[in-house]
Design a protein around this ligand. Structure first.
Ligand code: FES
Length: 110
C-alpha cells in the first residue's frame, strides 16, 4: 500500500493518505478542518481545488462536475490519491458557484 502526501496550500497542514483511503477520512483522523457534511458525495461541501497531482474519484461527473472540473477539483469524501497532492480548500467548481448564485437570486438575494 502506497502512502501519498497531501498538502493543503496556504496552510501548514499536511497528511499522508493511501490509495485505499479517502482524503476526507484522513483529514478527520488528523484533525484537519476540511469542510464536509454528507460524506457520501451528495452535498459537494468537501470540494477542494487540485493544484498538483491526481485523484481517483469516478463519481464526480455524476454529481454535476463537468469533465474538466472532474480533473481540477477533488470531492474529498470520495477522492483517493493517485499521487502526492497539493489541494486548496474552500474553492468550488464554476458550475457549483453558478448554481449557488442562481439559487440566491431566486430567493431575492439582491
Ligand atoms: S461531504 Fe458531502 S459531498 Fe463530500
Amino acid at each position: 500500500m502506497t502512502d501519498y502526501i497531501v498538502e493543503f496550500v496556504g496552510t501548514d497542514e499536511t497528511i499522508t493518505c493511501s490509495e485505499k483511503e479517502t482524503i476526507l477520512s484522513r483529514c478527520l483522523e488528523e484533525g484537519i478542518a476540511q469542510e464536509y457534511s454528507c460524506r457520501v458525495g451528495m452535498c459537494l461541501a468537501c470540494t477542494a481545488k487540485i493544484i498538483e497531482g491526481e485523484v481517483e474519484q469516478s463519481i464526480v461527473e455524476k454529481r454535476g462536475f463537468t469533465p474538466e472540473e472532474a480533473e481540477e477539483y477533488a470531492l474529498t469524501c470520495m477522492a483517493r490519491p493517485k499521487s502526492d497532492l497539493k489541494l486548496e480548500r474552500g474553492v468550488y467548481p464554476p458550475s457549483i458557484e453558478n448554481d449557488a448564485a442562481a439559487a440566491g437570486s431566486a430567493f431575492g438575494d439582491d
